[in-house]
Ligand binder design. Structure first.
Ligand SMILES: [Zn+2]
Length: 659
């Protein structure tokens, strides 16, 4: 039972809304398919006595249920009274399938309704049930095939017809709260239940017998408890009329999903006995668990059949990202200009994680990165160390070696303050200097020893700008349409003599290759420690090679973070996606790319659209530069965007018209 796939229904679109009179006589109802037969809630087959169909359009979800019943009986006439104490029909809708925030509607043969909203199922310590919540604009009607509350005759049954406005369904999903009809092809989780009581005829009507009710449902939960939304059926909204029958692909990742729920239920049970979660529990080998605090955990798994990545936390929030639709990873550079206490950092990192940021790239000394890594890991983030490679401003070790520094075409070195290009902090070292290479390797080894670190981002793997981004020329009072010798590095003796010994001579290519070789050596060192080797780069390999001797198509990186900052190039925001596409082409899609967004140039309300545009360009992730410019409004937009990704879409096969 546990591993059985949930039933799936493809809901046809109706061109004309049915009249809600309980009868279901319209042509659209005639051609609509029935849901698969109801079963006992624990899974057993039962006689076929309840026929349910659905339709949808832009305004409403329509439900028609036709039930056989020998003794039509109902007593409750007060709205929002406990309807299931009568025989009833019940509807459950979890619009975004996250296992939280779902709608329940019960109706009896007197057409009395009880609608309620469940933010969290009952098995949590703190279920939150909104009893006074109303489905605004609900239309409901009952049609009797027999006589109500009249013993002495045999009735045929009753039917229920419902029109539930989308505005009351989708406005209460976790996110996005659209108030609109679902998109064609999207999926909601639903269940239907018919509660029946045994009655015996008495003088005035019927009397309920003192035996338990029967619970017959569309999607069995395996327990006498309907509030296990992980087992509910799938309803997929077809753009086609119900007469064009379609079959839906089954949800093959259901088994993997249930692995997460089994672990969650075991933990909830443990907590109800011991007052806390069991952080030492042995998890199934395919389930990863992170317990950042004793009160909260996150479980993840990947379905071996479909590649779908799934996540479930101790608050009951479930999300799934189908393989191939993986949400871009979000990276955030953390300067952390302002001083903060460890608690303030932890709060901040928790905010970042909650907004969907996956990885922080932390700047600073080894001590500082070590301390912040520990705090970021507690918030559930991944951490990259941010390592400045060839540009080493204020590096007291390097400054003792004047011969380590890059030299320009006029023979001036970056070592002397008065000779540095552009800005004081441009203190570039020479990439072909053996001592520089060893020094870099040693720095990488020290960073790699930081406990918990996930990767190292190598920054400034390049020479100074022969060509600054066009949007920055004015700020420096420069026209860089031609090479300016004072900004063309590295003409040091070591580089010149190494170049002389080469057969194929191209001075620019030689320097570009030297930078790439150093990167590849450092990246290999990073990987030797089991870490991700990432690199911040200019927007595309060809631009980077021309501007800063950085042809990153030659880089053996696990991840590149191109600075696709449109404002630096006097471009509009859409340029970022265009240049990213070109970069992916230039590297034949070999390198995972996570283009960066320069936050000072990004109005918060435009951020989600920008992220979508980048995602469509086929990126692995998206970088955000940087935490100092990340406003509360940015975070709010990120959070909404991140949660909107959870609306997973389900595949529908166009089946040849089925019998
Ligand atoms: Zn040199």
């Amino acid at each position: 039972m546990a591993q059985e796939l949930p039933p799936t229904y493809v809901c046809g679109r109706t061109p004309t809304p049915p009249v809600i009179d309980g009868k279901g006589e319209e042509a659209a109802w005639q051609t609509a398919r029935e849901l698969t037969p109801f079963r006992d809630i624990e899974g057993a087959a039962i006689p076929h006595h309840c026929r349910v169909k659905m339709l949808w359009d832009d305004t409403c979800l329509y439900i028609l249920a036709d039930m056989d019943e020998e003794h039509l009986w109902a007593s409750r006439t007060e709205h929002d009274s406990i309807i299931y104490h009568d025989p009833d029909f019940e509807v459950f809708i979890d619009p975004d399938g996250d296992g939280l925030n779902y709608i329940e509607l019960e109706i009896n043969a007197l057409n009395t309704t009880w609608d309620l909203f469940v933010t969290r199922p009952y098995h949590f310590n703190d279920p939150h049930i909104l009893h006074d919540w109303e489905i605004k604009g609900l239309k409901h009607a009952v049609h009797l095939r027999g006589t109500l509350n009249t013993p002495g005759d045999t009735d045929a049954g009753w039917s229920v017809e419902l029109a539930i406005p989308w505005s009351s369904i989708t406005s209460h999903a976790h996110l996005p709260r659209t108030s609109k009809a679902p998109e064609s092809g999207s999926c909601m989780r639903m269940n239907f239940s018919r509660v029946n009581w045994q009655v015996s005829p008495t003088a005035g009507g019927y009397t309920k017998l003192p035996c338990p009710e029967s619970n017959h449902v569309w999607a069995p939960t395996g327990k006498i408890n309907i509030h296990l939304p992980e087992h509910w059926g799938r309803v997929i909204f077809s753009p086609n009329p119900a007469s064009e029958w379609e079959a839906a692909a089954p949800d093959l990742s259901h088994g993997a999903k249930l692995r997460l729920y089994e672990t969650l239920h075991a933990q909830l049970e443990y907590r109800s006995k011991h007052g806390k979660f069991d952080t030492e529990a042995k998890l199934p080998s395919s389930v990863n668990g992170v317990f950042p605090t004793k009160d909260f955990f996150v479980l993840t798994t990947t379905c071996e059949k479909t590649g779908t990545c799934m996540r479930l936390d101790s608050e009951g929030l479930f999300s799934a990202i189908p393989a191939g639709q993986k949400q871009p990873e979000l990276y955030l550079w953390v300067h952390g200009a302002s001083e903060r206490t460890p608690i303030e950092w932890l709060q901040r990192f928790t905010c970042y994680a909650e907004a969907g940021i996956d990885t922080v790239i932390i700047d600073g000394s080894i001590e500082r990165i070590t301390q912040l890594t520990r705090l970021a890991k507690m918030a559930g983030l991944r951490v990259f160390a941010w390592f400045w490679t060839l540009n080493r401003p204020g590096d007291t070790t390097a400054l003792q070696h004047p011969d380590w520094y890059a030299v320009n075409a006029l023979g001036k070195s970056c070592h002397a303050p008065q000779d540095r290009p552009f800005v004081e902090y441009y203190q570039f070292l020479c990439p072909s200097n053996k001592e520089v290479q060893q020094y870099m390797q040693e720095q990488v080894r020290q960073l790699a020893a930081i406990p918990g670190l996930d990767g190292i981002q190598l920054d400034y793997m390049r020479l100074p700008d022969v060509e600054l981004p066009r949007g920055l020329w004015a700020a420096y009072g420069l026209n860089m349409s031609q090479v300016i010798l004072a900004f063309d590095y590295c003409y040091c003796d070591k580089c010149k003599s190494a170049y002389e010994q080469q057969n194929n001579r191209n001075w620019k290519q030689f320097r570009t290759a030297t930078v790439a070789q150093l990167f590849n050596a450092l990246a290999a060192e990073v990987r030797r420690h089991g870490l991700t080797a990432a690199c911040a780069v200019f927007p595309s390999p060809s631009m980077a090679a021309r501007m800063v001797h950085q042809d990153w198509s030659q880089f053996h990186a696990d991840l590149v973070l191109p600075m696709a900052y449109h404002s630096f190039y006097n471009e509009t925001a859409s340029w970022a996606a265009d240049i990213t596409r070109r970069a992916i082409q230039e590297t034949n899609g070999r390198l995972p790319v996570a283009p960066g967004v320069h936050l000072p140039d990004m109005q918060p309300e435009l951020l989600p659209q920008h992220l979508e545009t980048l995602r469509a360009a086929g990126v692995q992730g998206i970088g955000l530069f940087s935490d100092d410019e990340l406003t509360a409004e940015h975070l709010q937009q990120l959070r909404a965007w991140h949660h909107a990704q959870r609306m997973s879409r389900c595949p529908v096969d166009n089946a040849p018209s089925a019998k």
